[in-house]
Design a protein around this ligand. Structure first.
Ligand SMILES: Cc1ncc(C[n+]2csc(CCOP(=O)(O)OP(=O)(O)O)c2C)c(N)n1
Length: 544
């Protein structure tokens, strides 16, 4: 009878499930996995920091809908990776983090890098556990993938003890999970429930449907647009940590106050919605919740009592189809629909001519105006936005069909890794990532990864030599005289990228931006356009 290792069970399960792109960084505990990958279709993309591997798998999950996969070592390899899990968790992105772990026979004896990894990852994952036996490797992995992709998607962590990865067992069919074991379990919205939601919407004067991050994943809002067309009510995407003040949503916060029914479609009631409290949401507004997670429904019941008019456990994405098919009482308040659309589309006219007042710099709005042609000319181009003040400008001003943002976790630093993964997921796509200079420093070594794997993208760095988002808080809350601890240097990040084998350009005048963008794309190499920008606050959209 042939034998195989625990590591082979992992590699073969991933291979047969078609989860063949692995974002990884080597380490003692996981070298059996590297060895087991040989002879399979697995493609390892190995990176320079474990958190970057998680951000890449996160982007992969959001763009492809497939579960992202990460392999990292135990101990500090794991803790580095864990830092990026909150972005994936809040972004509702399906991924499985497989981390090496001290041998199961060494636990409690001071094994190398022994750490309670499963406990540490628990709050930032949907599930987290340590595999207990070699023969469970395949079936536990299947369970992890199914959990990550079912219901509200999110990360799952498995610790793989080194000795179990090395252990050999006799090969038997029951060690290999079937495709169905890895498939997401789908909770459909029933016809009657869809009709009830339709009736509820029809009885309201100013109804809104708010869609959560899982429905915004690739930036493709076509399903939400079709829902809006079918129901005749405004359907808005919510995935920004700035919530109702998401610059993409324009002056939406102004009309939200008039809503008398909010349908939360896979959207949790949380800080992004100002907890649904007055004055942001009127105190008589009713709620309907469609969510696969009972705790999300329970929260609305607890917070809003009998203003929770309807709730149903169902997955958000298939619920769209059910609502389109069965919520057949289209709302006829066309005036409300266009009022909300106008608010969300509103941008201050002054933005069209915003220009830097400081010589040797461009204004972030000028930077955005130089990028828009990329998305106009190529609808397949992908925009990646990081956080910070600079990240809000492209979210407000650019209208790409495909985009990735950091998401409700509000953490900075994911964009370089996400851009690389976007290019790996779609090797033909132009990928433009916009980030601040502070953020650039988090994962700039990943340009080495992009060069090694020939995954070109353009990082546009808004360089104001400041952690500006925090500096702006100091200016607002404490005054200029008390602003400290947020200064950086106007560093030549473009030269860093050149040194790593990429294309670099320094831009100090807005007029030079369009040419720099063209040349960076044409270089066919991972590129950094280091744009010196005026230090201005993030855009605020208010009418009147
Ligand atoms: C991981 C993480 N660390 C710190 C923060 C707090 N933070 C939010 S924005 C920001 C400043 C970002 O600076 P930069 O990337 O230069 O962009 P800018 O705001 O200057 O445009 C900081 C430190 C965060 N959100 N996430």
């Amino acid at each position: 009878m042939p034998t195989l290792r625990g590591a082979d069970l992992i590699a073969r399960t991933l291979d047969s499930a078609g989860l063949t792109t692995i974002f990884t960084l080597s380490g003692n505990h996981i070298m059996p996995l590297f060895d087991a990958a040989l002879g399979t279709r697995l493609r390892l993309i190995h990176v320079r920091h474990e958190a970057a591997a998680v951000h890449m798998a996160d982007a992969w999950g959001r763009l492809t809908g497939q579960c992202g996969v990460v392999w990292v070592s135990g101990g500090a390899g794991f803790t580095n990776a864990a830092a990026a899990l909150c972005t994936a968790m809040a972004g509702e992105s399906p991924l499985v983090l497989l981390s090496g772990h001290a041998g199961i026979r060494e636990i409690g004896r001071g094994g190398f890098q022994e750490l309670r990894q499963a406990d540490m990852a628990e709050p930032v994952t949907k599930a987290s556990w340590t595999v207990q036996s070699c023969i469970d490797m395949g079936t536990d992995l299947a369970k992890a993938v199914a959990t990550a992709t079912s219901g509200r998607p999110g990360p799952v962590h498995l610790s793989l003890p080194f000795d179990l990865l090395e252990e050999r067992v006799e090969d038997r069919p029951e060690l290999h999970p079937h495709a169905g074991d890895l498939a997401p379990r789908v909770l459909h919205l029933g016809k009657d429930d869809a009709r009830q939601i339709g009736d509820l919407i029809d009885s309201a004067k100013h109804p809104l449907v708010l869609a959560g991050p899982q429905l915004c994943h690739s930036g493709d809002l076509a399903p939400l647009a079709s829902l809006q067309a079918a129901l005749g009510v405004p359907v808005l995407p919510m995935e920004s940590p700035r919530g109702i003040n998401d610059p993409r949503l324009g002056a939406f916060a102004e009309v939200l106050r008039a809503a008398d029914l909010i349908v939360l479609l896979g959207k949790t009631l949380d800080f992004t919605l100002r907890f649904g409290d007055a004055p942001f949401v009127q105190s008589t507004c009713r709620f309907a919740v469609i969510d696969s997670d009972p705790s999300a429904i329970e929260r609305v019941r607890r917070e809003k009592g009998d203003r929770l008019a309807f709730s149903v456990m169902a997955d958000a994405r298939p619920a769209i189809e059910a609502l389109v098919a069965h919520a057949i009482t289209p709302h006829h308040n066309a005036a409300w629909l266009s009022e909300v659309a106008a608010a969300a589309a509103y941008r201050p006219p002054a933005w069209e001519t915003l220009a830097s007042r400081q010589s040797g710099t461009a204004h972030p709005a000028e930077l955005c105006r130089a990028l828009q042609p990329v998305f106009d000319n190529d609808p397949q181009a992908i925009l990646v936005c990081d956080g910070g003040e600079i990240g809000q400008w492209p979210q407000a001003m650019l209208a790409p069909r495909r985009r990735l943002i950091n998401g409700p976790a509000g953490s900075i630093g994911s964009s370089i890794a996400m851009a690389i993964a976007a290019r790996a997921a779609d090797p033909a796509a132009k990928v433009i990532a916009v980030m601040g200079d502070g953020t650039f420093g988090f994962h700039m070594a990943e340009f080495d990864t992009a060069v090694r794997y020939n995954l070109p993208f353009v990082a546009v760095v808004g360089n104001d030599a400041t952690w500006n988002a925090e500096h702006q808080i100091q200016l607002r809350e404490y005054g200029e005289a008390r602003a400290h601890g947020c200064n950086l240097l106007p560093s030549r990040y473009d030269l860093v990228v050149e040194a790593l084998g990429g294309h670099g350009a320094l831009v100090t005048r807005a007029a030079d931006l369009p040419g720099a963008v063209e040349r960076a794309i044409a270089s066919g190499r991972p590129a950094c356009i280091n744009v010196m920008i005026e230090r201005v606050p993030a855009p605020i959209v208010r009418r009147g």
